[in-house]
Design a protein around this ligand. Structure first.
Ligand SMILES: Nc1nc2c(ncn2[C@@H]2O[C@H](COP(=O)(O)OP(=O)(O)OP(=O)(O)O)[C@@H](O)[C@H]2O)c(=O)[nH]1
Ligand SMILES: [Mg+2]
Length: 230
């Protein structure tokens, strides 16, 4: 199966990239170990074969990011809603990595671990208190990143890419909050992106651009449905 669409998950270590991919592909939340290098999963979407690349967030693998992003049709910039630094890292460390993606690459910004927070009155009461709040037996963490912060980052990404807001997909549609643990919004995230990417590749195909992703460029032979490629 030769993929014709490439999606890449990027973001700091521990934000839950691998868990999101597991949740989507295996329908469950499983224990993970920190990713080494990267791995990909193939998904059939109508007549299209989509490769979804999971990358390592650890600093030591940073150099590989540009390679994984090469020719990407969509990049999922992932942060942890309970960790402000993980959002900052997207801009500081990961945005430049996407320079090798396609010029019309679609960007989504995803705040994962939504299950750990409680947006409601509970936190208004705990205002000013940085410690986790205990409620009904489950620890709740203060939400450190709000959707507006992600939307602001999306707009700065458009500037970085020298794209006009009016010609681009709207920020509100491209910022998601998810939970790999409960499954909240995970299918919506991936499937919304698939539906957005397909018309772009069809348009490019009609205009005569390359229509395939060459996995052999990254993978020396071992091809499984979900494989490791370091
Ligand atoms: N509560 C909660 N925990 C999560 C969620 N997603 C991931 N985790 C946990 O966060 C930790 C890191 O998850 P991973 O999916 O391995 O993170 P990663 O982004 O792939 O990390 P690297 O591979 O090191 O870049 C694990 O202990 C997961 O169980 C989530 O939605 N909610
Ligand atoms: Mg991982």
């Amino acid at each position: 199966m030769k993929p014709d669409v490439k999606l890449v998950l990027l973001g700091d270590m521990n934000v839950g990239k691998t868990s999101l991919l597991h949740r989507y592909t295996e329908r469950k939340f499983t224990d993970t170990i920190s990713t080494i290098g990267g791995a990909f999963f193939l998904k059939q979407w109508g007549p299209h074969n989509i490769s979804i690349w999971d990358t390592a967030g650890r600093e030591q693998f940073h150099g590989l990011g540009s390679m994984y992003c090469r020719g990407a049709d969509a990049v999922i910039l992932t942060y942890d809603v309970t960790n402000w630094q993980s959002l900052a890292e997207l801009e500081d460390r990961f945005l430049a990595v996407t320079d090798t993606a396609k010029p019309d690459c679609i960007f989504a910004i995803v705040g994962n671990k939504a299950d750990l927070t409680d947006d409601c009155a509970l936190f208004k009461e705990a205002e000013g208190d940085e410690s986790p709040v205990q409620t009904m037996g489950s620890p709740r963490l203060r939400k450190q990143v709000h959707t507006e912060d992600a939307i602001a980052l999306y707009k700065r990404i458009l500037k970085y890419k020298m794209l006009e807001e009016k010609d681009s997909l709207p920020a509100e549609k491209m910022c998601f909050e998810t939970s790999a643990k409960t499954g909240y919004n995970v299918d919506t995230l991936f499937e919304t992106l698939f539906d957005m990417v397909v018309p772009v590749i069809l348009k490019n195909r009609n205009e005569g651009f390359s229509q395939t992703v060459d996995l052999t460029e990254y993978n020396d032979g071992k091809r499984t449905r979900s494989g490791c490629c370091v």
